[in-house]
Design a protein around this ligand. Structure first.
Ligand SMILES: [Fe+2]
Length: 549
């Protein structure tokens, strides 16, 4: 071959993106032939890369664009064909439609029949591209040709070409075709990895959401439900439930989604020999892909209808609780797999950590309350006449607070603050505290310092911070005649207005060394007399109404 012809050949290869027939005669010169082949491949790869427009580094892969362009590339070899891509499911070994150029249900049904019958599998089982055959399968003289995609010796999917004419591969460019399949396989694998990564990212952000949404202000039930709902979303499964049993074996919490409940037949949640008991007692999980074939069928199906197919049961262990989470999918849905199992595992661990924290939190709360009680007893040791006063003020304040509609957290603050509201008295001289008669002006002036002294004693105790107003302002009066600041009406915080009502009512009804306490009826009259002047009218009314009932 002359140099001029050779240049023409190279030029033609470039223009045709490698897809031309190389003259047989050139095969005699092996070196030249190899150079031409390698140039053909380069030209083709360059063209392919432009076509596929695929950047594996990009965060978001335009899957559809990739597949559409892959089909265009394949059409260079198979003009007039349309393509379907089936992804191999690693777990089941079957194929799932992942991309179709045209949505033709008739064709899809035919392809899937062929896949089920194993015809395509048979043809495409060899990794040799040369083994491809055209299969006259569909009616109306339509041909179906499979292209297996192999990556690291594993089949990851099949491109299927549908055309009316019998397609054939030009032997001369088979090596290019082999390369094309490699490129597609690598890129499809990257797409799938990217999909998995995106899913993992979504799951991760869900975990973060859940963790951030856990709140110690909400009830345990609300928190558990929040976690379960997030978990449902993460595994895309509405049929879920959870059972939690406390230390004494008592059912503490149970939740079964409404959808799952429809598939459960008369189950009383007594822990007999069922799958849940086995999971909890032995601390083992079950991930049953087909319950109908499982040895646990009889155990589980006493409670579950035939509609359920896959069922996952995962144990939970925390300091004060044991239990299990379960999820199911129906016959017509994909089974719960490894991915869902991993998510459930992580989320249930999260839930255990939350439950353990709750246990710790409760313990801390108890310690706080014991510390507060110890502080409170210091006042009573000094002032025996007021023995029981703090406890009673706490009871009255809680009655008012509850009926006023305060939440659990506010009531807890009142409980602690009421116990300590007179703690400042330990800073007042005993001669004044223990005086068996009314105080003179000077003594009263000293006595009036006790709310502020009390505040200075507790001001560095963080867990009491919400209760500071209760202690500091419990002797303030609406008309500004109270102490230590002479605050008026709305300037007095709610906790302090509650404290004033409770404290005054108990002072009126208690015996003093120099006078006898009033009866409840007389004390009520006295409170009503100053209602709206000293005391918040609404709060006085609440106390009186509650005491009368
Ligand atoms: Fe006081």
């Amino acid at each position: 071959m002359e140099n001029r012809d050779l240049i023409k050949l190279f030029d033609s290869i470039r223009k045709n993106k490698g897809l031309i027939k190389v003259p047989q005669s050139l095969q005699k010169n092996k070196i030249l032939y190899d150079v031409i082949r390698s140039y053909q491949l380069d030209c083709f790869e360059r063209a392919s890369n432009e076509f596929l427009n695929f950047e594996s580094n990009s965060d978001k892969i335009e899957k559809d664009i990739f597949f559409k362009n892959s089909c265009k590339l394949l059409r260079i070899f198979f003009p007039d064909s349309i393509f379907y891509y089936y992804k191999r499911n690693e777990e089941t070994g079957g194929y799932e439609l992942f991309f179709s150029e045209v949505q033709n249900n008739e064709i899809i049904t035919s392809i899937e029949e062929a896949l089920v019958e194993g015809i395509l599998e048979l043809v495409s089982s060899s990794q040799e591209i040369r083994s491809f055959e055209n299969i006259y399968y569909l009616e109306k003289k339509t041909y179906l040709t499979p292209f297996p995609l192999i990556l690291n010796n594993e089949k990851i999917g099949i491109f299927i070409a549908i055309c009316e004419k019998k397609a054939s591969i030009n032997i001369d460019i088979l090596f290019i075709f082999e390369r094309l399949m490699q490129i597609l396989a690598t890129n499809i694998n990257a797409i799938q990895l990217n999909d998995q990564l995106t899913k993992k990212k979504n799951t991760l952000s869900l975990f973060i959401d859940v963790t951030e949404n856990i709140s110690y202000i909400k009830t345990i039930d609300e928190n558990i439900k929040g976690i379960i709902l997030a978990l449902q979303k993460a595994i895309n499964c509405n049929l879920t439930g959870i059972i939690l049993v406390d230390k004494n074996g008592q059912l503490f919490f149970k939740y079964v989604s409404k959808d799952l409940y429809n598939y459960i037949i008369k189950h009383k949640w007594s822990f007999g020999k069922d799958i849940f008991s086995e999971c909890i007692e032995k601390n083992i999980s079950f991930n049953i892909t087909d319950m109908h074939k499982s040895r646990l069928y009889s155990k589980t199906f006493t409670i579950v209808s035939d509609q359920l197919k896959s069922f996952l049961v995962y144990p939970l262990k925390a300091v004060n609780f044991v239990g299990c989470f379960f999820a199911g999918r129906l016959i017509n849905e994909p089974s719960l797999g490894h991915e869902e199992y991993d998510i459930v595992m992580t989320m249930i661990k999260n839930l255990s950590i939350f439950l353990n924290n709750i246990a710790l939190y409760d313990e801390i709360k108890i310690n706080y309350e014991l510390t507060t009680a110890a502080l409170a007893s210091a006042i009573e040791a000094k002032d025996p006449y007021t023995k029981g006063h703090s406890q009673r003020v706490m009871r009255y304040s809680l009655l008012i607070g509850k009926n006023f509609g305060l939440n659990e957290s506010a009531l807890r603050t009142i409980r602690l603050a009421a116990m300590l509201h007179d703690i400042g008295k330990i800073g007042i001289p005993e001669a004044i505290i223990l005086k068996r008669g009314p105080l003179n002006e000077y003594e009263y002036k000293i006595m009036k310092k006790h709310p502020y002294i009390g505040y200075t004693i507790i001001k560095n105790i963080k867990y009491l911070s919400a209760g500071f107003p209760f202690v500091l302002y419990h002797h303030e009066k609406l008309n500004g005649s109270g102490y230590p600041f002479g605050l008026k009406s709305e300037k007095i915080p709610l906790f302090a207005r509650i404290a004033a009502v409770a404290d005054s009512f108990d002072a009126l009804t208690s015996d003093r060394p120099y006078r006898k306490g009033l009866s409840f009826a007389d004390a009520i009259l006295e409170m009503q007399k100053y209602s709206g002047i000293y005391f918040d009218k609404q709060l006085v009314d609440i106390l009186i109404k509650t005491l009368k009932s």
